[in-house]
Design a protein around this ligand. Structure first.
Ligand code: ATP
Length: 376
């Protein structure tokens, strides 16, 4: 997609704004973002169900915008997939081939192949009404796969399933995609789903692409404050303060000295993009001279809480708001200035309204400038 925008209502609704994106052959790409951010519209543009208001879409080197969905050889599976109720599973799955005039023998062979692949070979004689939700979902996928599309487009295909089944189907879909090696674009607002299945995630907000990265990189280097606040459960805390030289001032909550907030072990290549620790062996350090309004990001799992003021290190003062024992860990909500932040603790030895001190390592800090861009 090159600079693709999509407007509705005579330009009043901007569903997609200047999307530029290359989907790699055979990859599993996931569009992730909150409701209404334009994920489905982007997928419909790829499918040809919508035409861009501006911009160009290519499949390989061929320009496809303006072309019909049927000429693009894509298969799309929606949340509310419709199976033909009067047809058996085998007839439903074989239907796209029947329409194409594929002879019955070959059709049967192909149906057998895809039903085996999806573990529904025992269901082929049944009508959709006699199937479970997960089986129906598989039939819908099988019907899409049998067409051997060049691109597989999936729009929240698992959201009608219960949690356990969704988990199973996630694994299955990923396996299937690996086996078939088919370029797949998948839309979801479910972060766990995106992170567990994607080769790369496209994070969207208000019609625009915020970041495109593999799941791990998205977690380790959220490029904007918006992505930082969106990824993780609970997501990263962003302390709003003012930076003067190396010090960040948080008013009554204190100040921290951060001369260099690049995480130890990060390496910087020639293009200035960073790689994860361990990816390279030379580490050069960049110190940002960003001043003024900033946000300091620290993940809940990287914060430590003490009740007496530490004498050294980075300290931010706050007051305990709530303590939630969640079994695996204790989630403590702390009010810092008028902001609520989260800390994940192994045990909760603090209580409501108690004055506490949040500490963290330089290595775990992220710095965002006044425009919300990552500067370290
Ligand atoms: P969800 O996760 O809720 O499905 P989404 O991220 O898929 O949301 P879209 O369905 O792409 O978002 O919608 C993006 C924006 O475009 C929304 O504001 C939506 O109301 C608007 N929109 C989408 N389709 C149309 C249409 N046909 N006519 C007018 N506005 C539309």
């Amino acid at each position: 997609m090159e600079d693709v925008s999509k407007y509705f209502d005579g330009g009043q609704t901007i569903a997609n704004y200047r999307l530029t994106l290359e989907v790699v052959d055979g990859e599993f790409l996931v569009f992730l973002g909150p409701s209404g951010c334009g994920k489905t519209t982007a997928l419909r543009l790829i499918a040809g169900l919508e035409q861009p208001s501006e911009g160009v879409i290519y499949f390989d080197d061929e320009r496809v915008d303006g072309r019909s969905p049927s000429s693009r050889n894509v298969a799309m599976v929606f949340q509310n997939y419709a199976l033909y109720p009067h047809m058996t599973v085998a007839e439903n799955i074989g239907y796209p081939l029947r329409v194409r005039g594929v002879p019955p023998d070959e059709r049967d062979r192909k149906v057998e192949e895809v039903t085996t692949l999806l573990h529904i070979e025992d269901q082929v004689g049944k009508k959709p009404a006699a199937l479970s939700g997960g089986q129906r979902q598989r039939v819908a996928l099988a019907r899409a796969i049998i067409r051997e599309p060049s691109v597989f487009l999936l729009d929240e295909p698992l959201s009608n399933l219960d949690a356990k089944l969704r988990q199973e189907m996630r694994v299955e879909l990923k396996r299937l995609q690996n086996e078939l090696d088919i370029t797949t674009v998948y839309v979801t607002h479910n972060q766990e789903e995106a992170m567990s299945m994607a080769d790369r995630v496209v994070v969207m907000n208000r019609g625009t692409i915020q970041q495109v990265a593999p799941p791990q990189e998205l977690y380790e280097r959220p490029r904007t404050a918006w992505v930082a606040r969106f990824i993780g459960s609970p997501p990263m805390n962003l302390f709003e303060g003012t930076r003067r030289n190396g010090s960040i001032d948080f008013g009554e909550a204190g100040a921290v000295e951060l001369d260099d907030v690049l995480r130890v072990g990060d390496t910087v290549d020639d293009e200035g993009s960073t790689a994860a620790p361990g990816d390279g062996d030379t580490a050069s350090v960049v110190t940002s001279d960003v001043q003024g309004e900033v946000a300091l990001g620290v993940r809940p799992e990287d914060l430590t809480i003490t009740t007496s003021r530490p004498t050294a290190g980075n300290v931010i003062e706050g007051r305990v708001d709530t303590v939630e024992p969640l079994g695996e860990y204790v989630l403590v909500n702390v009010t810092v200035n008028d902001q609520l932040v989260n800390a994940k603790l192994a045990d909760g030895t603090v209580s409501r309204d108690e004055r506490v001190y949040l500490t963290f390592d330089d290595d775990d800090a992220y710095l965002y400038d006044e425009n919300g861009e990552l500067v370290n």
